[in-house]
Structure formats: structure tokens, C-alpha cells
Design a protein around this ligand. Structure first.
Ligand SMILES: *Cc1c(COP(=O)(O)O)cnc(C)c1O
Length: 412
């Protein structure tokens, strides 16, 4: 059975239109990296770009680089590039701040556009920061705005004429289950609520068309499938019709005339009003390299390969499911999932640690999920089989069964 799969993987690798992209990344020999959905790999071009930005633009140009090196417009420039990956128009996306902060901006903007409505809604099991930001808004509003989370299957029925906005993650961070973006948006908007999509696990992995779906707002990460580096700036999309929202994070970079240094806040026109403070130039420079790389790729190839990698993983894991008790914790059908696959196992945490000894990096998500990220730009089909083989060894030799693997680290 494994031998058949090896031949199959070999054929897929030989016919892979993305095969050449692996060499554009710096990946240590022998490492199988199945965590690019959490922190993407380093593009080889990033170091040179950083050298230029730090050495020349900062080191020599100093403050003149805000204009001469176009630092001041980086949030818009990188945002316009990300727009091409998510089906947005020019002038609808900025690259700035963290996803968490952008969630706050989008939620408060949506609330300002729906005066009189007193609820913001999400689903239980959403990525924690999404729920936490909502809860903070409830507290800050003194209870005028209620943050509510309902089970995923009850969500559409919970939207009513008191719902200002619904915050939803497109691809679930644990199960990888993908929602139907257009249909969900349509159903929610029927009640007059606005929809905010968290695209953290979708951008750079799936075909996205926000404007075809009539989405209101969206946010997403720069350091996952966009390979922008640790702590890369995130992005915010606001559909043009929502550019009249009242920014709550009314910082000077979102002012109509930041360098007029006026006493009173006056929001900029367009998506610029969602900017807040000084652009993160170094982070944006690294992010731009990752985004440029992604723009060279046909995203349909990415999606097709991601599906193939996932299907291969599921098939290769079958013997381990029966022999060692792994359980697929998400959709088996590739059309219903994003670009990672989780397996539940009672010793998941220890196994993730034992896999690292074998140079396979996956990650652990509480309470007992091993999560394998599938990044088509730099993974080969053969890597999937090698990873499963190494996991098989971990299981057979019980190398996960060590006292030091029982304590869960602060960052997983
Ligand atoms: C990764 C992720 C985030 C991360 O938010 P940060 O502010 O960058 O820490 C937010 N939402 C989802 C759904 C994510 O997967």
C-alpha cells in the first residue's frame, strides 16, 4: 500500500506546476515543515530586501526615505497587492497592524454603520482573539453592544435585526472546515447585518473573491501563507461602500492631512481612514517579498496541489488511524476544507515533540489535535509520505513517551 502511494506521490511531484517554487525558499535539508499555516517559510529574496531597506534606506537615507523610498505609502501599496489575492479592488485593502487590531477596527466600523443595532455575533470555537476582541468591545461600550457566540450550526439562524455585524473565520483554525463565503455572506446580509471575514487561514491558500461575495470587511495574517515573517503586518479589507465608517482607532495616519498637524481628527477618504499609526516599514518590506512571490503563482494551482497533498496525507494516515488510534478531526472531502489537516490523538502534544526530533515540524492545538499545515509552494508530495513514515516510527518506538514531553510549553 505504501509502495503504491510512493509511486503516486512521485507522479504528482513530476507533474507539479509549482515544483520550481520550493527553491525560492530557504529550507534546511532534511526538514519537513508542516507548519506554514502558522509561520510561513523564509523566501530567499527577503534577506536581500531587508539588507536594502535597513542598510540603504534606513542607514543612509534616514528620514528622507519616508518619501524617497516610498515608505509612507507602503500600507496602501502592499494592501493593493494583497487585494489581488483576495478578490478586492485597488484602494480597498491596507497592510497594517495585527489581525487582532484590524478585527477591532472592522467591528467598530461595522457598528458605526449600523447605529441602533446592539449585537455583534460570532460562532463558538472561533479563533480566540476574534472572540476576545468582541468581548473587549462589549466591555468598552458599557454593555450597549453585546458580544454573542453561538454554535457554528446555529449561526445563520441567530442573525436578526439587532445584529450589527457577524465576525466569521473562513477556514477554521483547528478543523480546517471552510465556510461558503458567498452564500454565508448573502444569508447574513438578508437581516441587514454586516459581515467581517477573518481570512487568516485562507489568504494565499484558496481562491478568494471578496467582491463577488459582496463581503463588507475582511482581515487576515501576513505571516501564515503569505510568508511575510514573524509578526508580519496583517491586512484589512473594507468594501468601498463602507468607506464612510467612523474610525474608532482615529490615529494620525488615518487623518485626512496627517502632516497638517491639525488639532482635530478628520478621517481620510477611502480605506486610508483605517490606518492608525506610523507604518511598520521593516515588517512591510518583508511582507511585500512574500506577497510578490505569491502573485507570481496561479492560485488555482495552489488550491489543486493543497487538495492533493491533503488527500495523500489522509490516505497515508489510514493505517495509523487503525493501528494507533488517530482520528481525522475535520472534513475528509477536500472541497470542504482549507489547507491544513488535524488529527486527534490523546498523546498529540508528546507526538508533536517527538516528531521534531525526527525533523518534522507540525503543531499542537488544544486539547488533543496534531495539525499538519499544507503549503503547496514549498512542500512536495513525497514530503507528506516521509512525514507519515517518521510519525509511524514515533508510534512504533513510542519515542513520544518521555517525561519532558508531558509538560506543555508556553507557545505551541
Ligand atoms: C492566526 C490567526 C489570528 C492571529 O491574530 P494576530 O493578531 O496576528 O495574533 C487571528 N485570527 C485567526 C483566525 C487566525 O488563524
Amino acid at each position: 500500500m505504501m509502495r503504491d502511494l510512493a509511486a503516486h506521490a512521485g507522479e504528482l511531484d513530476a507533474a507539479d506546476p509549482l515544483a520550481g517554487f520550493r527553491d525560492r525558499f530557504s529550507i534546511r535539508e532534511g526538514l519537513i515543515y508542516l507548519d506554514g499555516n502558522s509561520l510561513g517559510c523564509l523566501p530567499k529574496a527577503t534577506a536581500g530586501r531587508m539588507q536594502q531597506v535597513i542598510g540603504e534606506q534606513w542607514g543612509e537615507g534616514l528620514i528622507t526615505s519616508w518619501l524617497d523610498a516610498d515608505w509612507s505609502t507602503m500600507p496602501q501599496r502592499v494592501g493593493d497587492k494583497i487585494a489581488q489575492l483576495i478578490g478586492a479592488n485597488e484602494g480597498e485593502v491596507i497592510a497594517a497592524d495585527s489581525t487582532s487590531v484590524n478585527i477591532f477596527k472592522a467591528l467598530t466600523a461595522a457598528i458605526s454603520l449600523r447605529p441602533g443595532r446592539g449585537e455583534i455575533l460570532t460562532e463558538t470555537t472561533n479563533f480566540p482573539t476574534d472572540a476576545y476582541m468582541m468581548q473587549g468591545i462589549e466591555t468598552f461600550s458599557g454593555g450597549r453592544i453585546k458580544a454573542r457566540a453561538v454554535p457554528p450550526d446555529d449561526l445563520l439562524d441567530a442573525v436578526d435585526e439587532n445584529t450589527a455585524a457577524v465576525l466569521l473565520t473562513h477556514v477554521h483554525y483547528k478543523s480546517a472546515k471552510a465556510r461558503d463565503l458567498a452564500e454565508t455572506t448573502r444569508r447574513i446580509q438578508q437581516s441587514g447585518a454586516l459581515v467581517i471575514w477573518d481570512l487568516s487561514h485562507s489568504t494565499g491558500a484558496l481562491e478568494l473573491d471578496l467582491n463577488a461575495a459582496n463581503a463588507d470587511f475582511a482581515v487576515g495574517c501576513g505571516y501564515k501563507f503569505l510568508n511575510g515573517g514573524p509578526g508580519a503586518p496583517a491586512f484589512l479589507f473594507a468594501a468601498q461602500r463602507n468607506h464612510n465608517a467612523e474610525p474608532v482607532l482615529s490615529g494620525w495616519f488615518g487623518h485626512a492631512k496627517p502632516f497638517a498637524f491639525e488639532e482635530d481628527y478628520q478621517p481620510a477618504g477611502g480605506v486610508d481612514r483605517f490606518l492608525c499609526g506610523t507604518p511598520y516599514v521593516l515588517g512591510l518590506a518583508a511582507l511585500e517579498v512574500g506577497v510578490d512571490l505569491m502573485l507570481e503563482v496561479d492560485i488555482r494551482h495552489v488550491r489543486t496541489k493543497s487538495n492533493a497533498l491533503g488527500d495523500l496525507l489522509i490516505e497515508a494516515m489510514e493505517p495509523l488511524c487503525s493501528e494507533f488510534g488517530f482520528e481525522l478531526a475535520g472534513p475528509a472531502n477536500s472541497a470542504e476544507r482549507g489547507s491544513h489537516i488535524g488529527y486527534a490523538h490523546e498523546n498529540a502534544y508528546a507526538m508533536v515533540q517527538a516528531l521534531r526530533e525526527k525533523d518534522v515540524i507540525a503543531d499542537f492545538r488544544t486539547p488533543e489535535i496534531i495539525r499538519f499545515g499544507l503549503t503547496p509552494l514549498y512542500l512536495r508530495h513525497s514530503d507528506i509520505l516521509d512525514a507519515v513514515e517518521r510519525l509511524t516510527k514515533v508510534c512504533r518506538t513510542r519515542s513520544w513517551n518521555k517525561p519532558e514531553y508531558r509538560t506543555v510549553a508556553a507557545v505551541t
